[in-house]
Design a protein around this ligand. Structure first.
Ligand SMILES: [Zn+2]
Length: 69
């Protein structure tokens, strides 16, 4: 994330014993994003596992999360 929202939000949540769940990507550079929860539709052996989603824009301030690579 290009902004400091995760840090700022976590500082506020800490008083409530809470922090954001983060999704860490290892693509071009190590980066982390607020987690968007996803789940598998069909469960069981041999089924594709659910994939992760990352936001394009910061959900807190609206700034674009990163330049397109
Ligand atoms: Zn932000």
């Amino acid at each position: 994330m290009k902004c400091e929202c995760i840090k700022a939000v976590n500082e506020k949540l800490a008083a409530r014993n809470t922090r954001l769940a983060l999704t860490i990507t290892l693509t071009q550079q190590l980066d982390d994003f607020p987690t968007i929860a996803t789940e598998q539709i069909d469960k069981g052996r041999g089924k594709l596992k659910a994939v992760s989603m990352i936001p394009t824009f910061c959900p807190f301030c609206g700034v674009k999360c990163r330049e397109e690579g």
